[in-house]
Design a protein around this ligand. Structure first.
Ligand SMILES: Cc1cc2nc3c(=O)[nH]c(=O)nc-3n(C[C@H](O)[C@H](O)[C@H](O)COP(=O)(O)O)c2cc1C
Length: 184
């Protein structure tokens, strides 16, 4: 039997993953925040990724200044850091210092990569669509990097567990590959 879900809670049925850490600002003045509202929006080159960001975020102020950001992919071992930088604002503290995450220079954009993450997408913000409480950032990927042992054209769940947001302080893990019998 299926139960009715309040419309205001219905997003939790499709809350996606994987959770990512987005860095903004510059090497000298960097910030990091957690995102789960992210999705690719095309299959062409350049790749475009949509991020949905609240107007209230300090990261949003920084992103609007240089229209650059890095999408970093954390694994299970960064769970505590992922949650921490998703519940405190960089307006008041240096989240890199407090979380132990390490910023390193990117190649093309000003915000840093996070060395502890297994993948990185350096992005320029191509377009911003204004909405009521959140804006839509269309991010053009200008450089992509992934750990070669963990990524063979896709993440290898037997070796690298991406985090998928459930609700509150709960996360799910992608831990194994299954294969459909149908054609590729
Ligand atoms: C798992 C998780 C996912 C989140 N996803 C988003 C998101 O997609 N968009 C958003 O605007 N905020 C999201 N947040 C909230 C921000 O990460 C949080 O408000 C953060 O403290 C903002 O930091 P800042 O003010 O330093 O930019 C998420 C938080 C968590 C814990």
């Amino acid at each position: 039997m299926k139960k009715e879900v309040k419309l205001s809670k219905s997003k939790w049925l499709v809350e996606p993953g994987c959770v990512v850490l987005v860095t903004s600002g510059t090497m000298e003045k960097a910030n990091v925040m957690t995102f789960s509202w992210q999705t690719p929006v095309n299959t062409a080159d350049p790749c475009l990724i949509l991020l949905v960001i609240s107007h209230a975020r300090y990261s949003y102020e920084l992103i609007k200044q240089n229209r650059q950001l890095v999408i970093n992919v954390p694994g299970e071992q960064l769970l505590e850091q992922v949650h921490f930088v998703g519940v405190v604002t960089g307006r008041e503290i240096d989240k890199f210092k407090e979380s132990g995450l390490t910023p390193v220079p990117a190649k093309i954009v000003e915000p840093p990569l996070i060395i502890e993450c297994a993948g990185h997408l350096e992005c320029r913000v191509a377009e911003i669509f204004e909405m009521q409480t959140h804006d839509l950032l269309i991010c053009e990927v200008v450089r992509a990097l992934a750990e070669e042992d963990l990524f063979d054209g896709k993440w290898i769940p037997e070796k690298f567990h991406t985090l998928h947001y459930l609700r509150g302080n709960k996360y799910g893990l992608m831990t194994r590959t299954i294969q459909a019998e149908g054609r590729k």
